[in-house]
Design a protein around this ligand. Structure first.
Ligand code: PGA
Length: 260
């Protein structure tokens, strides 16, 4: 894993957006996996600025990491609606270039299998953006998810529902219990996985992910198995890292031509 410590969330967003811009220049129809939540917003802001500055994303395809089960179609907090609002519209993409699981499907188990297959048929994910839960989840793979899991239905922990209540008028009762999420095994198939974590409330999860043992108890630690995983953290989220000085020195010594 490469660990990059940045001064703040905006710098993390800029770094990751630059890596996506390089990818898209190299591969105009790249499949980019997007994440929801508050953390990735600076990435989308920086990417939107690059598009305004001339970056051509007209052939880029995007895919969703996870989705709530049971919210009515078009609910503003469904992840489909969120991605359309935060990514598809600002980047000027068409909804046809966006794939994701249908959280309103009657047969959720079949929908999950169908989505897993759709990702493979699309040629696989080139660049997967990830956030991390305070409990160490990636996607909605909660603690003790199988490290080999495929896209499937999961039950959210109480902690995740508390964390996400802010998107539902601070009312935990409105936060769904179930989700469809790419599995850890599915996420690990992306060619480049980039996790952004910002803020002091992520410091413990980041330390366990990067320096702790590989463990299903900390789903993000599965990234230790990935040949090209990048963890971008701001100073607050880096606070628990014992090897922070080493990570800083390594990144400072990196050749300028080499991207993350
Ligand atoms: P957040 O969510 O970016 O809103 O903190 C991260 C996650 O749950 O993966």
């Amino acid at each position: 894993m490469e660990i990059v410590i940045v001064p703040d969330a905006a710098a993390g967003g800029e770094l990751i957006a630059s890596a996506i811009a390089e990818l898209v220049t190299r591969k105009p129809d790249a499949l980019v996996g997007v994440a929801t939540g508050s953390t990735p917003l600076p990435i989308y802001t920086a990417l939107t600025a690059k598009v305004a500055g001339g970056l051509d994303v007209s052939r880029v395809r995007i895919c969703q990491l996870d989705e709530y089960v049971g919210l009515p179609a078009g609910h503003p907090e469904s992840y489909r609606s969120t991605v359309i609002r935060q990514v598809v519209e600002p980047l000027g993409l068409s909804e046809a270039s966006f794939i994701g699981p249908d959280g309103t499907a009657e047969d959720v188990a079949a929908e999950a299998i169908h989505y897993d297959r759709a990702l493979a048929e699309a040629g696989g994910v080139d660049f997967q953006i990830l956030g991390i839960g305070t409990d160490g989840h990636i996607g909605f793979n909660e603690p003790c998810s199988s490290l080999a899991s495929r896209t499937r239905i999961k039950t959210l922990t109480e902690q995740t529902r508390v964390d996400n209540a802010r998107f539902f008028e601070d009312d935990i009762e409105q936060v769904p219990h179930h989700v469809i999420t790419q599995g850890i095994g599915t996420i690990l198939e992306a060619r480049h996985v980039v996790l952004l974590a910002t803020g002091a409330n992520k410091a413990d999860a980041v330390a366990a992910t990067v320096e702790g043992p590989l463990s299903a108890l900390v789903p993000a630690s599965a990234l230790q198995l990935h040949p090209h995983a990048t963890v971008v953290v701001d100073e607050a989220a880096a606070a628990g890292l014992k090897l922070a000085d080493y990570f800083r020195a390594t990144y400072a010594a990196k050749p300028s031509w080499q991207s993350i």
